[in-house]
Design a protein around this ligand. Structure first.
Ligand code: FES
Length: 363
């Protein structure tokens, strides 16, 4: 048994006043808690991703890690019932006069259970697919029980149909409105390493339904086609809800030096009753560029009737009647597939045109 190594940690009054104190004592990272009128000490390093337990919220005898809410007893270092094989070290504590002393030889050890990796965590293959894979993501919000015509969905579905039937592609369509998924917890703002791949919400909450979107974007697709309406001069609210959850893809570049997205292509369909196309396109290009996506020549098609177009029912008619917008959607997906092929085989490139898409013209 190792010899005790007692060190002065803090004053009793400081701990009682603050409730929890984080200390590094001779390289040991210790979380001291004031609980039920006495001090307790456990490791300040969470078993999951190293979150600082002293900053967590205490519920009963359990402290919730501030990063992703794993729980540990401040008395025993054990997880709650059912998870009590998962433990962080505990340290003996003594009160001497008005001081708190800690024995840095752990009284109980750290035990990390093997957790099977989430399926998304598998190695990313940046390989070429003989049949190009095109993932469409619809971001328009809609009541599924009472659907309406969506200009952005209309063109997205048309592009996917063309990719499937004329360009030999495999296609998938994910409609965000049909997926129940939680908003981003902003883990990145707590600490860069708190924002994990796969997303901590995805790992913890089997009911969260963003997994097929992650799967499609990171593992499956060669081309991602994102369709959005313009809402108050910006992409849709569901678009933003989705991309906030994609911080965990982007931050792998900054914290782990690896890009999950390589040699993939993104392109955009932007449909607005009113204006701000360039701003919406700029935002989408910036974000998907930051994820590591490449873009085809002329990476979006868009349509808007302008700021003073208050007669939105006419916009629907214009889009439904427009052969040129449908041609634009077909050409966009063709350019995106072409660019994808070129990224895997730089010798392969054909010039794609951009004849249509700027204006809705009746057939
Ligand atoms: S729950 Fe502690 S680091 Fe994830």
């Amino acid at each position: 048994m190792a010899a005790p190594r007692w060190v002065l940690a803090c004053t009793l009054s400081d701990l009682a006043e603050q409730g929890a104190v984080a200390l590094t004592l001779e390289h040991a990272r210790v979380a001291l808690f004031w609980h039920e009128g006495r001090p307790y000490a456990i490791s300040n390093v969470c078993n999951h991703k190293g979150g600082p337990l002293a900053e967590g919220r205490v519920r009963g005898e359990y402290v919730l890690c501030p990063w992703h809410a794993w729980e540990y007893s401040v008395k025993t270092g054990k997880g709650p019932p059912g998870y009590d094989e998962e433990t962080v070290p505990t340290y003996a504590v003594e009160v001497r006069g008005g001081e708190v002393w800690v024995n840095l030889e752990p009284a109980t050890p750290r035990r990390k259970l093997e957790h099977p990796p989430h399926p998304l965590a598998r190695k990313v293959q940046h390989e070429h697919h003989e049949r190009p894979r095109v993932l469409g993501i619809s971001t328009t919000a809609m009541d599924g029980d009472n659907p309406r015509f969506s200009a952005s969905d209309h063109l997205l579905e048309h592009a996917l149909e063309h990719a499937r039937t004329d360009l030999g592609a495999d296609t998938q369509l994910q409609r965000l409105r049909e997926l129940s998924f939680r908003p981003c917890e902003g883990n990145y703002s707590k600490a860069a390493r708190a924002c994990t791949w796969p997303c901590a919400i995805t790992e913890r909450d089997p009911a969260d339904q963003l997994t097929p979107v992650y799967e499609g974007i990171v593992h499956w697709a060669d081309v991602v086609l994102i369709a959005t309406p313009i809402r108050w001069g910006a992409p849709s609210s569901l678009y933003f809800k989705m991309i906030e959850r994609m911080n965990c893809i982007q931050n792998q570049v900054t914290i782990a030096g690896r890009s999950l997205i390589e040699r993939k292509v993104a392109a955009f369909i932007i449909m607005g009753g009113q204006d701000n196309i360039q701003s919406v396109a700029g935002q989408m290009l910036m974000f998907f560029g930051e994820l590591g996506f490449q873009f085809p020549p002329f990476p979006f098609i868009a349509h808007s009737r302008g700021w003073d177009a208050e007669d939105m029912h006419r916009n629907v008619q214009a889009v439904q009647a427009s052969a040129s917008l449908r041609a634009g959607a077909r050409e966009l997906v063709a350019r995106a597939i072409e660019t994808s092929r070129h990224l895997h085989d730089p010798g392969h490139f054909e010039r794609g045109g951009r004849k249509a898409g700027a204006r809705a013209r009746p057939e």
